[in-house]
Design a protein around this ligand. Structure first.
Ligand SMILES: Nc1nc2c(c(=O)[nH]1)N[C@H]1C(S)=C(S)[C@@H](COP(=O)(O)OP(=O)(O)OC[C@H]3O[C@@H](n4cnc5c(=O)[nH]c(N)nc54)[C@H](O)[C@@H]3O)O[C@H]1N2
Ligand SMILES: Nc1nc2c(c(=O)[nH]1)N[C@H]1C(S)=C(S)[C@@H](COP(=O)(O)OP(=O)(O)OC[C@H]3O[C@@H](n4cnc5c(=O)[nH]c(N)nc54)[C@H](O)[C@@H]3O)O[C@H]1N2
Ligand code: SF4
Ligand SMILES: [Mo]
Length: 721
């Protein structure tokens, strides 16, 4: 392979180590050039065929990947709290003993008084272990940030197709004739993946974008639909209405492979383009044009992300998009499919390996006695069949005294959960909290014990990108101080908690390879994805991969869907808007968004000088007419006020948003104002639409208000041990 050829140009003491980018779900590969465990720089992996980032290209975050790893304030020793936010250093043996003993006590008393958070920011192996630990301690209370993200995709696609993953790969996007991008700022949030859209466009493919904001993605649209936040059900029903009315759907595919068409046709009858225009604000003729373009493309892909999922009707939004894809016959074929673009670098893997309260690894339901029996025999213990709590439900359960202990591996709920003030109130009531992270976070302020983790580049293992592509990332550099790999930390706690059986019955592992082999044995989709194969094949393997000689699967559902009857169960859905709509007191509709140069709660990009310099602060997008009425100019301070809190931010007056809509990036703590109302099925909070008002304030008032927003880089006192 070319990779070894490149090795030859290195100095004797230098290594070129292939890793996977620790940021987003595109799963780009790059090399870290290192010497004796110290990083010297990055190199583009332009010599590995078949990877998701062709020619090794990276986005701004991937290019800056070493900066957060080298941050001066990395956690280097286990810590114990003396009081809130003040810690003393302790030894690993003491930390592990204390955590294991406390967890055992809760397990004996009431296992459901504990809640475990896995992490889409770390490898498959520690994620497999954290859910195994929770379940062996007697609870299914285990979840992770997928709940705030694609929970509705997982539930919605399961309802229609029988399983919740992307049905195709990036290559299928490149080969499509029409690409419908909805609620997804593809160009900013999966920038390297977006290159496949551009390549399709060069071939003549048409791009349709639906987004309440005129985004960087919208610049590339042939047809752009600007609807109000929260009106997606009406918009998609409108498209389906036109497609059925004009008989543009694939009648053979519908007859042979779908159920529920008649009810769908009846439900969308009233969603005429004119009616839909009234709800969504999208001109009727554009709806007709978009529907015709999509249905007649011959090969079509739909991509979506948070604009679709983060709603109280996220589950139904997703069911409708799957329905739209199926009636056009865009399933089971190359150049077609649905691409819910997974966000975190390993959120797909964390879901696959059971870091969810309702399923074991491989999506076997905890409530299904047969699946439970398999894992009871495999792990050699009795397991609970009671579906556990989700992220937001857990915060409510603390208030009721039901949950008393949290183990948070690689999540930052104080900034990432909706309705921060409620989250903080709940965390104050916890009896015991463990935080396992790489840097101090505002969540860590509430911890009793802090466990310092090695970052992805300091560690090795497998991870799964949005295309179901499982890749191995190698260790490039040494972790700082006494920071340890996540798999090591969880397995030590497992052993100290008394799970010392052999093989799968305990937590005795010599490395991530051992753990992946255990995953191979209990997760049918990963059966043939062994550590040996992954290390030899840097482009990875797409699950399902049922055996060691199977090449992996690019396109799902070629013959049948995974529902009980093998058919796609089309969804018929009545229109529902967001839980909170504008009124006299809160006249604006607020939505929250991302910037290409920043990542989530800023624990990583906030520690990169290059990125902070280029993207220094958040700006609230507001329409010129609204701004004029309120006397606001670009750069003025405003506060966004909702029923849950107030958020100070400077304004950017722009026509990217419609009148009445405010768009705010959430990286810097905007969740103090968002709504934690949940989708009844997916249990995802509605962070994409709520009612707010906008009030002009002075810089001094802004500074005062800022003190009430948790700082993304907190002040934490550590007494050296
Ligand atoms: N740079 C960067 N990249 C990232 C991340 C990051 O933090 N930074 N995070 C990663 C993760 S975990 C995820 S999940 C993805 C998220 O990726 P995206 O979902 O693309 O990101 P967002 O900006 O949250 O939201 C996407 C779009 O939804 C639109 N929107 C708002 N309300 C609505 C609505 O009601 N309906 C519709 N249809 N659209 C609406 C917004 O205007 C926005 O343009 O990005 C991943 N990649
Ligand atoms: N208002 C609003 N809120 C949102 C969203 C939105 O669009 N709007 N989006 C939601 C979405 S899509 C998501 S995915 C969530 C994300 O929510 P979180 O997962 O809570 O956010 P992150 O900042 O990614 O937090 C990951 C944590 O893991 C740590 N970490 C990084 N690498 C490692 C590692 O190797 N090991 C360990 N142990 N820790 C590590 C980081 O320092 C950080 O503290 O936020 C959600 N919140
Ligand atoms: S697109 Fe995603 S995976 Fe690729 S370099 Fe950027 S952040 Fe990393
Ligand atoms: Mo996400």
């Amino acid at each position: 392979m070319m990779y070894s050829a490149m090795m030859e140009v290195l100095r004797m003491d230098e290594k070129l180590v292939p890793v996977v980018c620790p940021y987003c779900g595109v799963g780009c590969r790059l090399y870290i050039r290192s010497s004796d465990g110290h990083p010297l720089g990055i190199e583009y992996a332009n010599d590995i065929p078949g990877i998701s980032n062709e020619n090794g290209k990276l986005c701004p975050k991937g290019n800056a990947v070493l900066e957060y790893v080298l941050a001066r304030d990395r956690l280097k020793k286990p810590l114990k709290a003396k009081e809130q936010g003040k810690f003393v250093e302790i030894s690993w043996s003491q930390a592990i003993k204390e955590v294991a003993e406390r967890l055992k006590e809760y397990s004996k008393d009431d296992p459901n008084s504990m809640m475990f958070f896995g992490s889409a920011k770390t490898f498959n192996e520690p994620n497999y272990l954290i859910q195994k630990l929770a379940r062996m301690l007697g609870t299914n209370n285990v979840d992770h940030c997928a709940r705030l993200c694609h929970a509705s995709t997982v539930s919605g696609l399961k309802a229609v197709f029988g399983a919740g993953a992307m049905t195709n790969t990036y290559r299928d996007i490149e080969e499509a004739n029409v690409i419908f991008i909805i609620g997804h700022n593809f160009a900013e949030t999966h920038p390297v993946g977006f290159r496949y859209v551009l390549k399709a466009k060069e071939r003549g493919a048409k791009v349709i974008v639906a987004d309440p904001r005129f985004t960087r993605t919208a610049w590339f649209a042939d047809i752009y639909l600007q609807h109000y936040p929260g009106t997606d059900i009406a918009l998609i029903n409108g498209l389906i209405h036109v497609i059925i009315e004009e008989r543009l759907y694939d009648e053979k595919f519908v007859r042979e492979r779908c159920t529920g068409f008649d009810e769908l046709a009846k439900t969308v009858e009233k969603f005429t383009p004119g009616y839909v225009e009234k709800i969504t604000g999208v001109p009727a003729d554009l709806i007709v044009q978009a529907a015709r373009t999509f249905a007649t493309g011959g090969k079509g892909v739909i991509t979506w992300a948070m604009g679709i999922t983060q709603h109280t009707h996220g589950h139904d939004n997703v069911r409708l998009l799957a329905t739209l894809s199926a009636i056009c016959g865009y399933q089971g074929r190359e150049g077609c499919g649905v691409s819910p673009m997974r966000g975190q670098n390993n959120v797909q893997g964390a879901c696959d390996l059971g870091v969810l309260p309702n399923v074991f690894p491989g999506y076997k339901a905890v409530s299904d006695p047969e699946g439970r029996k398999f894992f009871e025999e495999f792990w050699g213990t009795e397991l609970s069949g009671e579906v556990g709590l989700t992220v937001i439900e857990a915060a409510h359960a603390i208030e009721k005294g039901k949950v008393r202990a949290y183990y948070v591996m690689g999540e930052n709920p104080v900034i990432s959960d909706a309705n921060t003030n409620h989250v903080i109130k709940a965390l104050h009531k916890l009896e015991f909290m463990v935080v396992q992270d790489i840097v101090p976070t505002p969540t860590m302020e509430f911890a009793d014990i802090v466990l310092p983790a090695a970052a992805m580049l300091e560690n090795e293992g497998s991870l799964t990108n949005t295309e179901r592509r499982v890749q191995w990332s190698f260790q490039a550099i040494n972790p700082p101080g006494e920071a340890r790999p996540d798999w090591w930390i969880v397995s030590e706690i497992g052993k100290a908690a008394g799970f010392t059986g052999d093989g799968p019955k305990g937590f005795n592992y010599s490395g991530p390879e051992d753990i992946l082999r255990e995953v191979n044995a209990c997760t049918p989709q990963y059966r043939g994805i062994t550590p040996e194969r992954l290390k030899a094949n840097l482009a990875g393997i797409h699950w399902p991969c049922p055996s060691e000689d199977h090449p992996g699967t690019r396109v799902l559902y070629k013959e049948r869907f995974l529902t009980s009857d093998g058919k796609a169960h089309l969804a018929a859905v009545e229109y529902r808007g967001p839980a909170e709509t504008p009124d006299e007191d809160y006249p604006f509709l607020l939505t929250t968004v991302r910037y290409v140069g920043h990542y989530h709660t800023l624990t990583m990009t906030g520690r990169s000088r290059a990125l902070v310099k280029r993207w220094p602060e958040p700006l609230a997008e507001i329409h010129p007419e609204d701004a004029e009425r309120l006397g606001i100019k670009t750069g003025d301070w405003v506060k966004i006020v909702t029923r849950r809190g107030e958020y100070p931010i400077r304004a950017k007056v722009t026509r990217t948003v419609k009148k009445g809509v405010i768009a705010v990036p959430w990286h810097w703590g905007a969740n103090v104002v968002t709504n934690d109302a949940l989708d009844p099925v997916a249990k995802i909070p509605e962070t994409k639409a709520c009612a707010c008002k906008v009030v002009k304030i002075t810089e001094e008032e802004a500074r005062e208000l800022m003190k009430k927003v948790p700082p993304v880089i907190p002040e934490i006192e550590i007494v050296r041990g």
